[in-house]
Structures are given as C-alpha cells and as structure tokens.
Design a protein around this ligand. Sequence first.
Ligand SMILES: [Ca+2]
Ligand SMILES: [Ca+2]
Ligand SMILES: [Ca+2]
Length: 386
Amino acid sequence: MKTLRIIPLAIAALAAAGCSNDAPMVGLGIDDSYRIARMQTLVLRPALDGTEYAWSVDGTVESHDRDFVFVTADEGVYTILLTITDGSETFEHRCVVSVFHEEVEYSPWIARVYEYTPGPGQFVNTMPEYTDGDSAADMAAKVLASIGGERNELVTLGSFGGYVVFGFDHTVVNVPGENDFRIWGNAFYEATVDGRPGGSSEPGIVSVSLDVNGNGIPDDPWYELAGSDYGADGTIRSYSVTYRRPDPSKEGEDAASVAWSDSEGASGYIPHNIFHPQSYWPQWLDPSEEAYTLCGTRLAPNAEIYPPGSKHYVLYAPAWGYADAHPNDKADLNSFDISNAVDSRGDRVRLPGADFIRVHTALNQVCGPIGETSTEISKACDLHVK
Ligand SMILES: [Ca+2]
Ligand SMILES: [Ca+2]
Ligand SMILES: [Ca+2]
C-alpha cells in the first residue's frame, strides 16, 4: 500500500425496504450519511472498481465483497468504512448510518407468502383447501391465511421437494451467536430407540435469501441452512424428483397414484389411499404440463418398522436444524441461525439477514399405510421482534 488517499467515492445506495415492493433509491453518487429503520437493509454498491474491497462497521471488518448489505436489529449510529484497493492505490469512503425505530411496530409473525408448490401428497388440495379455479397466487394467499400472523393452521408441503416461501414485514436480522427465527410444525415423539427420539419427524430443509436487488421478490441467491445431517451419509445435494400427472386410464387406486422418478435413477409412486379421496396432484398447476420437477437437498430415509414385525412406522428425528422434525415445545430444535447458511459448494456464507425463508420436504419416503412423508408447518416468528 503506497498511498492512502481519502476521496469522495460514488456510492449507489439502495435502501431496500425489507420485503416491500416500493424500495426507493435514496441516493446516487456521494452519500456521507443515511437514515434507515432497524431491520431494513441498506445495500451499498460502490461505483468504483478495485481488486479488493473491505467493509467495516464501527471498526470491525465484516465483508470483502464488492457490494455490502447493512442491516441491524438495534437502533443507534453506525460508521461504515469502505476500503477499495486497486493495484498500489487504496481509496476509502466513510459513511454514517443512523438507525431508528420503525414507525409502525413490526409483527414477529409471517406477513407474506410468496410461493407455495407442494409435492403430491394425501393432504394436498385440502391443507389448505383448493377450490375450483384457484390460481397459484390464490393458493399462496390461502397459505398466508393459515400460517400468517398467529393463525397457526397446518399447511402441507407434500412429498419430496414441495416448498413454501414466506417472509415478514421486515428483514430477519442475523444476530451473531443467536438463533434468529423459529418455525412450528406437527412433529411428535412416541419412542426413543437406541437413544434416538422417534415418532412423527418429517424434516423440512430451511433455506434463506436476502433481497439484494431490492425488488421485494425472491429472485436472489438462496442459501441452505446446514443442519445436523448436511454432510451425513445418505444426504444428496442437488437432488430432484419429477412427478407425473396421474393416469386416469389405470385401474382402481393406481389411477390416482402419482408416479415419480428421481435424479439418481430411482422411481416409485406416491400411493393414493381411501382415507384421503381427493386428487394428490396440486390442482392449480398448469393443466398442460404432464409433469413437474422439485429440487433440493434430500436427507436419507428416517423411518423403520418398530417394534420389529409390527406394521408401525417410527420416523426418527435428525439431531437439529430442520423444520417439523421435533415437537413444538423444543424451542431450540425448532429455531434457526442464519449463520448456518452455506452456498451450493457447502461453504459458509456471511449473511446479515434474511428477507425470504423457504422450507422444503427433505425426504422422499413412503411409509406403508401412513403414506408419503411430508413436512407441515403452521407458523413462524422472528425471535428478535418482541
Ligand atoms: Ca444468528
Ligand atoms: Ca429480489
Ligand atoms: Ca409433519
């Protein structure tokens, strides 16, 4: 480093208002100060190219990426220092961010549902209920009516890969060293075998995304929150299952069962049963499509018949880090730390918060009379909003 020049640096700043669609441009060019509400992101994009970047907040280096997202749960005044190195030259820019309390108090509960695409399953079209003519947007609205606020009504994600994407009326801040949000499902224990709790554990993998382009919609990179089984034998990343629309020309229950094939070359059926007579195919999917494919990390099957020789299935719970895997009274085991985010290579990523949360059914498993394994969720809260 030969020279240190303090120059005014053009910074294109975008104060992305959480998940809202009206993210305003608050400044182009030189901004020395910003005012934002807590739990709202401030995206800083330097207009100057360099070979290295360093962003520090109140003296602590937080990122070496070109763009920086600042968000905090705490009101106060913060000093952000950007250092750009270009060959032998170094440039610095300092700005002060005043963070104030929101004018309308945030809700700690789900405020938005962006997408709902379950895998086929015995509770699909009933949890929530499909009505003739409902679109995907109508179904997302019905999911919000179930899991939004404190409604606490279960929604099914169906078989492997089925998912929901939801968010809050603000950004969930990644507070260092703490869990950041909690998700409720309907898991229960009924037996502990060889020290492993089992019962109905239907784990859902949780992924998070930050609205870095500030457009209010989940079209930004996703990061899986690595749970206890992320690196386990039997876990498959980039797994996919293609489901085929039921063939009514077949006989009996087979006419309603859903055939699947996966990216590993395996195939099977999501069987139809007499207890849930409706179609298991999401009725709002494009009627011209004969198949759809769901993707994500898959965990190894977790069910076994127990006691041996019975017809009873026990689904064992993974240790930690999944939705709908442990009973709701296990607060820590149903809570999630954004610091567990990993990229597609499995490397940790620094994420200051999350605007979008995605849960998908992690298992491709059918358990005799109880049918396919499907994650259910009923509500979620931001642990940093009281
Ligand atoms: Ca955290
Ligand atoms: Ca976006
Ligand atoms: Ca469940």
